[in-house]
Structures are given as structure tokens and as C-alpha cells.
Design a protein around this ligand. Sequence first.
Ligand code: FES
Ligand SMILES: [Fe+2]
Length: 364
Amino acid sequence: MFLRNCWYVAGWSHQFPADGLVTRTMLGDPVVLYRKADRAVVALEDRCCHRLAPLSLGRLEGDDLRCMYHGLKFAPSGKCIEIPGQSFVPGKAGVRAYPVVERDCWVWVWMGDPASADPALIPRALGHGEAGWIMRTGELAYKANYELINDNLLDLSHLSYVHAKTLGRNSMAWADSRPRTTSLARGLRVERWVVNNPLAPYLGRPADARTDSWQSYDYLAPGVFLLSSRFYPPGSAAAGDMAAPRPDLEPFWVSQTSQAITPIDEKQSIYYFSSCLDRESANEEQADAQIELFRRAFDEDNAMIEAQQRVIDRTPRPRMLATASDGALNQFRRLMARLIEEEAGADASAVANGQHPAITQASA
Ligand code: FES
Ligand SMILES: [Fe+2]
């Protein structure tokens, strides 16, 4: 089950050329995307309403897309505007068009009822494309359900184990820290001090140097992770009674990352991630080193989560044991279940009232 009335990342802006078709499978839907002459991105159902050939094998004609099986032509609205061999185009002939917004170097697609597509619901990715930040990007395909990746990002105690040699830096500081969780409208805020942790080698500090870091992230439906990490000298957390750092307390290093998970289907997902370093304290080489560290670390997550998915698939009635570290992930799973349930309820009542269901296919 997926939450449909939600913005999903379809990719990085640079993955959508000025002239070309890009395909994605999102929430099980085949989607073809392209840019119009004004550079706005169009997302259409990748399935011709005539004989169901993929429109991604078609041809761009200005802002329109022609199916190259029998030549039906579609406007960016999804409406069929030409049928070779006949002068009449039925009013309902067309394919589904998905609302698209390009923001913060990501292309966001609304997978539900277009009438509910509110751009104000799009989370602002941290530092993306901003002059004060050195940004690097990546993506990773998963053979796993997106909720297992949400679980992973909502329990960072795994850094001390899965990432012992990368992000965890052979320390138990992450596993030993207890986060504070606050509810947000469509997500959670998770904050914690990670105390007396070793520093990443690319900071150029002595090998035995330590830091107290304030790690604060928002985790928003359907799976958007916005983390700000601020690094201070050791002792800073205790000096402030473990409260959030005062605004006048200057960190010596700041890092931000925004990450988004988009389900391909129930068993596959795609994961987009960034690394953003404060240009005032970091340089390009450090940005390269950090994204390389992230890639290695996220490969570690990928290996663990795909293996976990395979075990779950082989288990007749999988049951999980809750631990103290599971608080945030269980809260987020309940939130997603409630949003999906509310959406299903709204769809059912719209049908009962004779209105259009939330997801309507305007085919001929
Ligand atoms: S399948 Fe597209 S025109 Fe026939
Ligand atoms: Fe991880």
C-alpha cells in the first residue's frame, strides 16, 4: 500500500535533459517525463491509451509527445490531440498527467489526486543548489520495500554497527545516544547529541580528536530525511545540559544532507541523497571525500536491508521485537498507516457520493 496524495522525488534536475524522454516506475505506475520548451517538466503515464505501447518509445514534437506505434499525439496535459486516420478525437482520449514541481534540484511528482496537489507540502531540501553550500549528489537502487529504508533512517543507532568502519567511526557514541522525538504535521523531528565521537579523517584534525555533534533531522512522509549536523568541541553537550545548542554557539563544522526514498513498487525502491558542506569551513576536496564516504556507507545499508528483505520474504508470518531504539520508526509507521487509511477512506466516500475517485484514468 502506498500513500498516493504525496509528492515523490522522481530524480535530480540534472537527470532531465532539455530534449529527451526519461522513464521511471513510481508506486508501480510507469511514468515518462520530459521538459517542455520552457524547461518545465511534464510527467505522463507511460502507456498509450490506444494499444498500451509505452510512450517512452515515442517522439517529442515541440511540447507534445507522439506514440510511435500508431501515431496518437498527446499534449502535456495528457489529452490526446491527434489520431492519424480520423478527424475526430474522443474527449476522454488521453493518458494520465501527474502534477510536477521542480524545486531544490529535485523533480517532485504528485502521485495522487491532481486536485489535491499542494506545492506547499513539498519539503525544502537543505542547502540544495545554494551558493553557500558545496553540494554533491547520489542515488542508489534498492531491492527492498521503502518502509525498511524509512526504518533504517529513523533508527540511527545502526551507525555503530552497520557503519562501524565508515560513519560510525568504530565508536558506540551513536548507539549510546538517546534521541528526542517531536511530532510534526506529516512527520517527526528527531534530535540528539552524539557525544565524544571521533571526527571524519577528511577534516584534517589529529587522529585522536573528538567532537560533540548536534544531530537534528526532520523525517517527513513518504520518506524524506532532512539532517543538519553541527559539530562542536567535546564537552559542549554537557556544558549545555544536553539541551539544543544555543544559537550563539558557533560550530566548527556544519554538514547537511537531504535524502528521499521513492517506491518503485512493493519490493523495489530508489534512494536519492545529497551531501552539503558549509562553504565557509569546507573545500571541494572535503566535499568529494564526504560523498564518497556516504556512498560506501549507503552501500552498507543497502547490503543489510536487501538481506533483511530476503529473510522477511522467506518468513511465513514475520514478527519483529520492539526495542528502545524503535520509538521513532514505530511512530512514523503509525503515521504513514493513518495517512494511507485516511486516503482510502476519502476515496471510498468520494465513490459513494458519486464523485470521481482520487485516482482517475482518463483513457479513451
Ligand atoms: S499504441 Fe499508441 S498509437 Fe497505438
Ligand atoms: Fe545507514
